[in-house]
Write a protein that binds this ligand. Structure first.
Ligand code: HEC
Length: 401
């Protein structure tokens, strides 16, 4: 298995495969509508390894959960993709040692899950949406699947907690069998959601049936491994993926470690090339080329210019929460995004988990209704220093678990 170097003596690195992987979608002439994780069609597709990194930028208010995840390393997901004239499908495999199924609507039970994210506009590979949940003016579409049990929901209102559970039915034998049959029929057998989002707190679930997608996840108990599938149209009113190369990102939640919301492992934008279509080189190269630059000088520059606000695993010269924690930023942010963050902090403003937690050091101010970053622009840096800092920041990511 591939090990990822942390920092320091990375100067001699050349292999681009260390940074991220291009996923090749194989063209097939079959329908992908009902494709499952066991479909023989997957044998026709290449497998790419995609790194998933602990989301450390923004911490949530849950001491126990934060502690459970403090030592998280990265995981490698195996990803395959297929497409035809009108559909695209993904198979994602990742390791998870604890099978966790969300228990109904209990707020202390967390299910395993995965998400696949697409960018609405990817015409400029240097300004893709913020990887978390998109950003202002840069919308994403998120397909989310959580492991959830059948729940009896005869009235269809989603208020399962207020409805009768199996133990409270006072039913026995045939009656109970009838109850179980009803549950199965009326049950919400699936927790699949699709959202559009253009930044933190702007997530909007699409509930009008206008997304014609299907997700599934199946756990292999012997291998402690999830297999998740997504199939969807190449094109709908939210995204147009009918292009030579498209960006895609993945996230996984481990319910056994109380993962939910932002507490997850996520990839950066990965390129997917649709085999047989010409073009898309700019996107592939923006997302896969190892950044040029002198990592050792980049680190020195980083200590001088950035460490007063940002923490990483290795460089702790300030207090927590002054600014996003960057220990894994190289895993889930592209070089283009990092460069943009440095020279134009207002382009994407990471909102922080709670503006009031550190009233003296807010991450943004609101000017004329628009968020502006409190990070100063470093556009005055000379090109070499900038390139070196980006190359160094790109090395910041946890090793594989
Ligand atoms: C005065 C404090 C301060 C300094 C100095 C500073 N930053 Fe920031 N940085 C912030 C704050 C606050 C944010 C969150 C708001 C935003 O997104 O701009 C941020 C955001 C970022 C982000 C986006 C993080 C994410 O999760 O998307 C990156 C990358 C970044 N900074 C890198 C740097 C680098 C590299 C330097 C040095 C060249 C630097 N910063 C210097 C305060 C600072």
């Amino acid at each position: 298995m591939k090990k990822i170097l942390l920092s320091g003596v990375v100067a001699g690195l050349t292999a681009s495969s260390l940074w991220s992987a291009n996923i090749v979608a194989t063209k097939v002439h079959h329908s992908l509508e009902n494709i499952s994780e066991v479909s023989p069609l997957w044998k026709e597709a290449d497998t790419a390894e995609v790194g998933l990194y602990p989301q450390t930028t923004v911490k949530m208010f849950d001491k126990k959960a934060n502690e459970m995840n403090a030592e998280n390393g990265s995981k490698m997901a195996k990803v395959q993709a297929l497409y035809n004239d009108s559909e695209i499908a993904f198979l994602v495999r990742w390791r998870d040692n604890t099978l966790s199924i969300q228990k109904g609507y209990r707020s202390d039970s967390y299910g395993d899950g995965f998400a696949v994210q697409f960018a609405k506009d990817f015409s400029n590979p240097e300004t893709l949406p913020y990887i978390g949940m998109g950003s202002e003016g840069r919308e994403v579409l998120v397909h989310l699947q959580k492991a959830a049990p059948n729940t009896f929901e005869p009235n269809g209102h989603g208020n399962v907690a207020l409805q009768v559970g199996r133990k409270n039915t006072n039913a026995f034998n045939e009656e109970l069998a009838q109850f179980d049959a009803d549950v199965k029929k009326a049950g919400v057998v699936d927790y699949e959601r699709t959202f559009v989002s253009a930044g933190f707190r702007s997530m909007t679930e699409i509930k009008d049936g206008s997304v014609n997608s299907d997700m599934n996840m199946v756990y292999n108990i012997k291998r402690n491994c999830w297999k998740g599938t997504l199939n969807r149209p190449l094109k709908d009113e939210y995204v147009n993926l009918d292009a030579p190369a498209i960006p895609v990102a993945f996230a996984v939640w481990d319910g056994g470690k109380n993962n939910r919301d932002g507490l997850k492992l996520l990839s950066g934008w990965n390129s997917v090339t649709l085999a047989g279509k010409d073009g898309g080189d700019a996107l592939v190269s923006a997302l896969n080329d190892a950044p040029e630059g002198d990592v050792v000088n980049g680190k020195a520059q980083y200590e001088m210019n950035c460490a007063a606000c940002h923490l990483t695993k290795d460089i702790q010269m300030t207090m927590p929460n002054m600014a996003p924690e960057l220990s894994n930023i190289g895993g889930y942010a592209s070089a283009g995004y990092i460069r943009e963050s440095i020279v134009d902090p207002d382009a994407v403003v990471v909102p922080g988990y709670n503006r009031n937690a550190h009233p003296n050091t807010p991450w943004y101010n609101v000017v004329d209704g628009k968020r502006t970053s409190t990070m100063p622009s470093f556009s005055w840096l000379d090109e070499k220093s900038l390139t070196d800092i980006v190359a160094y920041v790109k090395t910041l990511k946890a090793e594989e678990e």
